[in-house]
Write a protein that binds this ligand. Structure first.
Ligand SMILES: Cc1cc2nc3c(=O)[nH]c(=O)nc-3n(C[C@H](O)[C@H](O)[C@H](O)COP(=O)(O)O)c2cc1C
Length: 329
């Protein structure tokens, strides 16, 4: 016998709102959340129906996005003044049930945790050149620590040969994507108010050293002269993990979001260039030649954007459901 849940609890709504703000491939938002009982626990599930079938057949990027959503849930639980108790992949038979988060002991959030919580709505993906203000070494060191605290490695590329190698690999993947009708259709199809808004991708994708995804087909209309390329690229980094199982992708997503929120709290945003990681041969090349055998999960640029765009999310009633608890007699 079960009791019906009624309206979601305030905490569940707060957590779902925070979780939804996570980044996801083409803003696909490949997740749904379940409130257990009335504000008893909060579940994060991958919604495999929203996975990008061509670029993400194995669901790695989908799980990374859900990992970022999970980090947001942890941050939001801390903001409410509780310690999150996280169980990863709690039901082996259901690999899309990624995490259950319960409310642990009461503990006031630290200033740092509140800074992360405030950054939740501020963080956005930036495409195109960054402004001239640098990202300090001290902040980069902090970002590396944030990734490490989650079990991942943020490898900042400071050797020009590695930067060039990565740039060439991104370029190879992006050219191949543009030449492949179906691969080009997948991102183009996601442009719009409920996916990637036109305003968020109006910079020409070839302006920075790492080729961007050509959401609007701008490269077909005009070419950026070589001398104008590379200005405002920012700091290039690869987020990696020692292993490459589903749990590692979930860990990578949490590390990614920890890095992104800490950066956003300091006025620094990220752009992503994951095209080579969506092709097994190129991902393997990056693993062997750029990240010293560690598994590359995200390719990113960090910098201070001249403007910050925004993207919409699905309404909460489309992503949050309830699991009634069995009635105990
Ligand atoms: C796993 C993953 C891969 C992504 N790859 C790219 C990419 O290659 N190019 C890009 O412009 N954005 C990429 N993004 C960013 C998403 O497009 C972005 O998060 C989404 O549109 C929502 O916008 P927001 O981050 O501004 O909230 C990626 C995000 C994730 C989580």
């Amino acid at each position: 016998m079960t009791v019906t849940g009624g309206k979601p609890g305030h905490a569940a709504l707060h957590l779902a709102r925070a979780a939804s703000l996570a980044p996801s491939p083409h803003n696909s938002q490949p997740w749904f959340f379940v409130e257990e009982g009335h504000d008893r626990a909060f579940e994060v599930h991958a919604d495999a129906g929203r996975r990008m079938p061509l670029t993400d057949p194995g669901g790695r990027e989908m799980v990374i996005a859900c990992g970022a959503a999970l980090f947001n849930v942890r941050t939001a639980v801390r903001h409410l003044g509780f310690r999150p108790i996280v169980e990863v992949l709690p039901e082996p038979a259901d690999q899309d049930f990624l995490a259950r988060v319960a409310f642990g002991a009461h503990a006031a959030p630290t200033d740092d945790e509140e800074t992360l919580a405030r950054a939740l709505p501020l963080r956005h993906t930036h495409r195109g050149p960054f402004g001239p203000e640098p990202v300090t070494e001290a902040l980069l060191a902090d970002l590396r620590d944030r990734a490490r605290s989650e079990g991942a490695i943020l490898q900042v590329l400071d050797v020009p040969e590695k930067v060039e190698l990565l740039a060439r690999t991104v370029d190879t993947a992006e050219r191949a994507d543009r030449a492949d009708l179906w691969r080009a259709v997948e991102p183009a199809h996601r442009v719009g108010p409920t996916g990637v808004p036109v305003t968020a991708c109006r910079a020409h994708p070839d302006l920075t050293l790492l080729a961007g995804r050509d959401y609007l087909g701008l490269s077909r209309r005009y070419t950026v002269p070589q001398r104008r390329r590379g200005v405002g690229t920012g700091i290039i980094a690869v987020l990696c993990t020692p292993y490459d199982q589903r749990a590692d992708w979930l860990l990578a997503g949490q590390a990614l979001q920890h890095v992104l929120l800490h950066a956003a709290g300091h006025g620094v945003m990220a752009g992503f260039h994951t095209q080579p990681l969506e092709r097994p041969d190129l991902r393997e090349k990056v693993r062997r030649e750029v990240t010293a055998g560690r598994h590359p999960q995200m390719v990113l640029r960090l910098g201070r954007p001249p403007y910050v765009g925004s993207t919409l999310r699905r309404p909460l009633d489309q992503v949050l459901t309830q699991r009634p608890l069995p009635l105990v007699r």
